[in-house]
Design a protein around this ligand. Structure first.
Ligand SMILES: [Zn+2]
Length: 68
């Protein structure tokens, strides 16, 4: 999945190739302290308009295969 990092992707909101893959973690919180990462996901964030969307694993694989 690290293949996605350092690449830019098309943003459907502002129509620039400005989306970057970022790591997105959700933690199980115990007394408001994040203790266990229960979910690791990839998220694309647009550096221009700030739009973001989550990437399911299947889509990450597809994007790497197609080299979007
Ligand atoms: Zn954008």
């Amino acid at each position: 999945m690290s293949d996605l990092e350092g690449h830019h992707y098309y943003c459907s909101r502002c129509h620039n190739v400005s989306m970057e893959a970022i790591k997105h973690r959700k933690f199980f919180s115990l007394f408001w302290i994040p203790v266990v990462p229960i979910h690791l996901n990839k998220r694309l964030k647009c550096s221009i308009c700030g739009a973001y969307r989550d990437l399911p694993k299947e889509e990450v694989k597809r994007m790497i295969a197609e080299k979007v």
